[in-house]
Design a protein around this ligand. Structure first.
Ligand code: CO
Length: 645
């Protein structure tokens, strides 16, 4: 039995993962025909976690999704590290995410198929073994009619790799796709369309190819007195914040139990914060693109693709890393070293004022960063959580990597794509994220309110025409809780605790503020529109339920649609003064630029949770001034930086 955890929300350790898998093999008669589709910490109920004290008894448990390869059925079970089975059942109709083992096998099957090889040779490939890379994509429920009998399928975009270090995305092979049955590992169809030239302009990006000749002087971030955080296992104490870091095979980075020390009173803000789905619908209708609608979280398991980070490159400064582990489809433990990076960053000025007599008060701001990066085929996604000294928490997604491309005969128009080179196109697409935010503002029961700013009509209330007021609309129940942003009303949403008032008699709260956002262009009746119905609203609010974890449902792979938030909301549960979950949907409408090629400079989007009436006044007032030495007056480094240089 394994007891190497410090808290109920710690991610499953390597020991725990191998222990639960060994128990699962015995309990559920798992053989070579079974694959682990997902293994997650079975989080105890919130009340249990909040009541838990170090040293208390706790039996840890894992939730496993098991794929039976012989039937393509998915079973789900919960089993403890002591071998006790809590549940085990067939999930009717569920389709497993595509597993790495299956991808590898499917690629080999496609490559070995004589029809594919001949079709590749017709397209100018001289050595299909060495010069072609095949990707296995979820078919996206866009299945040829005669194959649509419930089987699990992948389809396979192919790329030419003229040399081992070529950027294959510069050389998409047009018009050739295999459809492979993941259960039988047969090529069940080949879509062999028009033969067009493969674009051969280079997409090189390696240093050996680009030279990287633009150089700057070295920049080091040094904390000579050490870091300001205390990290005990997965728990972080920094500044007045404390929270727990978590990690999940499906969602990747998770933040738990966020609290803030408000003048000696520890106040709860968030119980569990994660990015519960990421879906990328592509907008080009051509044969090679219309199926590209990957749910990177729900169809791949985003956490599986977590990078090992490198000091000085991915992260700069005094870094603390956390390692993570997950089960491979075969049930082996895979460890990812340096998977999560934590450090402090200077973040410019926190606040400043020069008084009439010339007196200066200025505070430098600092933020604490928790981050990780995944690579899924062509794209990289960085997830960054920031904790600020003004009481705010920010999530930022960093998007980089290589544009997905298509090729076509020169001169063929693609109005839904950007031409990068002759015959090479980057289709328009949207990166749509959904954050699941189980916030607990000063306690477990909260209410969400939509706040609009509204101009007062000219009249006795507004004689000068400049007046405006805010109107507050309480989101009472789930039928009422799917909302859109409205720029004309400067709309925002806040989550308040109606049971806890601040010193001016208003309920304490936090608001959510997005930055970049968009709406989907896919028709709601399209296959992707139905499968990712959550995309059509920016905010959803639901009553907290452990069973409602992902906005497009537990098993989006080839799902017919309608699952997740649109379905749950029909229950129309009451949301006033309840344990609620806010789901914030935010997207980047990506019209590719030439400057996004061949590797896209980081694009950023996300949201900030800002206190509104949560504190009595700015918590940044308590921050001490920096003691930095002014290089000009060679001032005393024990004095605040209040010189006027
Ligand atoms: Co993009």
């Amino acid at each position: 039995m394994s007891t190497n955890f410090a808290h109920p929300l710690d991610p499953l350790s390597s020991d725990e993962l191998s222990t639960v898998f060994n128990h699962a093999k015995t309990a559920w008669n798992l053989t070579e025909r079974h694959l682990v589709a997902m293994c997650q910490l079975e989080e105890p109920n919130k009340a249990e976690v909040l009541a838990w004290n170090a040293g208390d008894e706790l039996v840890r448990a894992a939730r496993l999704a098991i794929l039976d390869r012989s039937t393509a059925e998915v079973y789900e079970g919960v089993i403890t590290t002591t071998g006790e089975v809590r549940s085990w059942k067939l999930i009717e109709g569920a389709k497993s995410p595509v597993l790495s083992t299956e991808s590898t096998a499917a690629m080999a099957v496609a490559k070995a198929d004589s029809r594919i090889r001949e079709a590749l040779i017709r397209r100018g490939v001289t050595d299909p073994d060495e010069q072609v890379h095949i990707e296995t994509w979820p078919i996206g429920a866009q299945i040829p009619k005669y194959l649509d009998d419930g089987r699990r399928l992948v389809w396979t975009p192919m790329w030419m790799k003229p040399n081992q270090d070529s950027n294959m995305y510069a050389h998409p092979i047009n018009g050739l796709y295999a459809i492979i049955d993941l259960q039988t590992l047969e090529v069940v169809d080949i879509e062999d369309g028009e033969v067009t030239p493969t674009p051969m302009a280079s997409g090189d990006f390696r240093l050996s190819q680009t030279g990287g000749h633009v150089k700057l002087k070295d920049l080091q971030i040094v904390q000579k007195d050490g870091v300001s955080c205390e990290i005990e296992g997965w728990k972080v104490n920094w500044e007045r914040w404390n929270f727990r870091v978590g990690w999940d095979q499906r969602e990747g980075l998770v933040i738990h139990d966020v609290r803030f020390d408000d003048n000696g009173v520890e106040r709860r803000i968030g119980y569990r914060l994660s990015i519960a789905e990421l879906v990328i619908p592509y907008g080009d209708p051509s044969q090679g693109t219309y199926r590209k609608n990957a749910f990177d979280t729900g169809e791949y398991g985003l956490g599986n693709y977590t990078n090992s980070l490198t000091l000085g490159c991915d992260c700069l400064g005094e870094i603390v890393y956390l390692d993570v582990a997950h089960l491979t489809p075969e049930g082996n433990v895979k460890e990812i070293k340096n998977a999560i990076c934590m450090h402090e960053e200077d973040f410019g000025i926190l606040w400043k004022h020069v008084d009439v007599d010339g007196h200066v008060e200025v505070r430098r701001g600092r933020r604490f960063v928790v981050s990780s990066i995944v690579t899924i085929n062509n794209y990289e996604y960085g997830y960054y959580w920031y904790f600020y000294q003004d009481g705010s928490v920010e999530f930022e997604a960093k998007l980089t990597g290589i544009l997905l491309t298509l090729s076509d005969a020169p001169g063929v128009p693609h109005p839904s794509a950007t031409q990068l080179e002759e015959g090479l196109w980057a289709p328009y697409h949207q990166h749509t994220f959904c954050a699941r935010l189980d916030l607990d503002i000063d306690g477990g029961t909260n209410t969400v309110i939509e706040v609009d700013s509204v101009a007062t009509p000219f009249g006795p209330e507004n004689p000068h025409g400049s007046a405006y007021v805010t109107s507050q609309d309480v989101i009472k129940s789930e039928s009422d809780a799917a909302r859109l942003l409205d720029l004309a009303k400067s709309r925002y949403w806040k989550i308040i605790n109606p049971n806890k008032k601040n010193h001016v008699g208003q309920p304490v709260g936090f608001k959510i503020l997005g930055n970049v956002n968009c709406l989907p262009f896919a028709d709601p009746e399209s296959v992707i529109g139905k499968r990712a119905g959550f995309m059509y609203r920016h905010l959803w609010v639901t009553k907290n339920s452990k069973a409602e974890r992902y906005p497009a449902g537990e098993y989006p792979y080839q799902h017919a649609g309608g699952d997740g938030l649109p379905r749950w909301s029909q229950a129309n549960r009451s949301l006033e003064n309840e344990d609620v979950v806010m789901w914030y949907v935010f997207g980047l409408n990506h019209i590719p630029r030439l400057e996004d090629w061949p590797v896209m400079p980081v694009e950023r989007l996300g949201f900030t949770l800002k206190p509104v009436g949560f504190f009595k006044r700015s918590p940044a007032m308590d921050v001490a001034p920096s003691m930095a030495t002014c290089l000009r007056c060679k001032g005393d480094s024990t004095q605040p930086c209040t010189c006027n240089h």
